[in-house]
Write a new protein. Sequence first.
Length: 326
Amino acid sequence: MRNPYAHAVVTAFAGLAFSLGAHAQTKWDLANAYPATNYHTENITQFAKDVDAATGGKLKITVHANASLFKAPEIKRAVQSGQAQAGEILLANYANENPIYALDGVPFLATTYPEARKLYDASKPAMDKLLAAQGIKVLFVVPWAPQGIYTKKEIGSVADLRGIKWRAYSPATAKIAELIGAQPVQIQQAELSAAMATGVIESYMSSGSTGYDTKTFEHIKNFYDTQAWIPKNAILVNAKAFDALDATTKAAVTKAAADAEARGWKVAQEKNDEYKRLLAERGMKVHKPSSKLDTDMRQVGGIMQADWLKAAGADGASIVDTYKKK
């Protein structure tokens, strides 16, 4: 005869086991502002898979691409408040919060990948301290390609850009617009294709990957490879969410993050030439800047470097000195 009490005990233990199993699995949402096919997103997706494998499914990270969870300007606040456990931001977008964020968006300060790496290493202690005070931790950082100018018309100097409708996606690009006499229009990447198609903008500065991802070649036919700066994306995590992990899971996340950073820097460099080739194949004219355009843009960079040093004060000067000595 079946014992109803034994059945009840078994059922209770089964429910407890299920509850403990469910509790043992942690789920994170990672907000991202770029298409699923962008190398940054692909790298983050691989990071999430690596974490899943290393933790045996104990930590599941869902990557929400193309601003589907939060728009680009909202991601840092979402991570800080815990609305999303993790997210990817373009550091230079937060220059208005602190000059340290703007450092890798200062034109012609670091124009090669080795220089960009040294610049980040020099600024990392200050960056980590700044973010820690906001309850945020950096998991890893990956660069974009060097920045160039996309324009509808061919240009030979900064004078040719006066009055042009210019996409501004960060304080640095808005400042450039001011200095060259262009008309800045705030447009995030997810809205860029539509802005070009409707004539809202005629020009912008970004990488070859952005030009390819947004099919800029369908609307704008000139790219000037100024290699003005190498901005970086940081993948952030809410500090409380990270601290809540057990030691083994923390170690797995840290290892996967280090692997993702190394992989991301390698891919970024490999993709740089590839994207310019793909743009050319689709009808984009990839130009080497004239000596006049190069000189003009470096003058803009000099003004912005001086402004950054003034805003960042002694701490900023120390970072730049450390960078230049490396």
